[in-house]
Design a protein around this ligand. Structure first.
Ligand code: TXA
Ligand code: MG
Length: 348
């Protein structure tokens, strides 16, 4: 693979984005790959209509070629380059009205313009319009839809800040656009609406919940939540691969007592802990002699969601061998976080 000096370009709030994104959009237009922020996680972007750029994304990320990419747009005009308007179902149109731009990806039938490489040869395409100014400006200036998986090396936690992108991408790409920490902290909800007869399916849970989707569609519909089940047919190719795996072993618990029990049981290993009760802080420090930076106390699921990928990477850098995670939110939003935690914890 070609070696580059990787530049990190910080976005300044007092300079027009257009001026700051000239270099990035030139790179996209010439078939290069650029990392950029979205409201969910950082993406590793290239021109979605250029098979050579797509080849680079797969090779840099080490991504299996049968795992298709999400194509990012910044307006309706771009949507209709990727799908034929008359083939877009009412359900898809309604979801677009409700949630675009935002953390929802829809799977629909693709048009003839989209190279096979982008969709791994599938007839369908994943489309998302991110709600992030930097991402939108980059897409507009590049004058093409941008295909972008999360900007991590395959199998590692998704990056939520420029430093985490740099850790995986140093020397592999020319440019990382630093737009600060991402707001949501984990990837978009993926909804399959390509076949209106068989209903709609949530392939990957996310910040947009099944309840919000139901509220948007108003009319009765069949909702298959496949994200939680062991379906024999893999509908979203990415689901069969190992994800989010830190080097440390992860133990998931639901209560503080269980967390303490695990700390006691694993006395010898270097441990980190994610725990929701600030009051436990003192116990952790005195009884278990835990240094402050290896304790992540969170106050809400939203905060947990926005920081846990970052914390997993921090603990890896610290050489932590075991991470005990206490999390017990049973809401749909909590379920989206659980999906990642289970994948991070499983030793597939
Ligand atoms: O928030 C996000 O979605 C981030 C940011 C960068 O936008 N992107 C992201 O991309 O998470 P990636 O590549 O890490 O995950 C895309 C998921 C994979 O599980 C993939 O298999 C699935 O979407 N996917 C893509 N195209 C598909 C298709 N045509 N049918 C079914 N699943 C598809
Ligand atoms: Mg990913």
């Amino acid at each position: 693979m070609e070696k580059f000096i990787t530049k990190i370009q910080s976005i300044e709030s007092n300079i027009p984005l257009k001026e700051q994104l000239n270099f990035a959009s030139e790179l996209i237009k010439t078939g290069e790959v650029v990392a950029f922020p979205t409201e969910t996680v950082y993406g590793l972007g290239g021109d979605a209509l250029n098979p050579e750029a797509i080849r680079k994304i797969y090779s840099i990320k080490g991504r299996p070629s049968d795992n298709p990419l999400i194509v990012h747009i910044s307006g309706e005009d771009m949507l209709y380059e990727l799908v034929d308007e008359d083939k877009l179902s009412e359900t898809a149109k309604r979801l677009i009205e409700c949630f675009f731009p935002g953390p929802l990806t829809i799977i629909v039938e693709k048009s003839g313009n989209v190279p096979n490489a982008t969709t791994s040869g599938l007839d369908t395409i994943a489309i998302r319009w991110p709600a992030n100014n930097v991402a939108n400006s980059l897409i507009q200036l590049s004058e093409t839809p941008i295909a972008a998986p999360s900007a991590n090396t395959s199998g590692k936690p998704s990056p939520t800040n420029a430093k985490d992108v740099f850790e995986d991408m140093e020397g592999k790409i020319k440019l990382i656009i630093d737009g600060g920490s991402t707001e949501i902290g984990f990837e978009s909800t993926v909804v399959d609406v390509h076949d209106s007869k068989s209903g709609i399916s949530i392939l990957r849970p996310g910040k947009v919940t099944p309840e919000e989707i139901e509220l948007c569609l108003k009319v009765p519909f069949v909702l298959h939540d496949l994200s939680n089940s062991n379906h024999t047919v893999i509908r979203s190719p990415g689901m069969k691969y190992r994800h989010y795996a830190p080097k440390a072993k992860i133990i998931l618990v639901s209560t503080s007592q269980q967390a303490i029990h695990e700390l006691e049981r694993n006395k010898s290993s270097k441990k980190g802990i994610f725990i929701s009760k600030n009051s436990l802080n003192a116990v952790l420090k005195s009884r278990f002699n835990m240094p402050e930076h290896l304790i992540f106390c969170y106050s809400s699921s939203k905060e947990f969601g926005s920081k846990f990928f970052k914390k997993l990477r921090e603990m890896d850098r610290e050489g932590v061998e075991l991470i005990i995670i206490q999390f017990s939110d049973t809401s749909s939003f909590g379920n989206a976080i659980f999906d990642r935690l289970k994948k991070a914890a499983s030793n597939l």
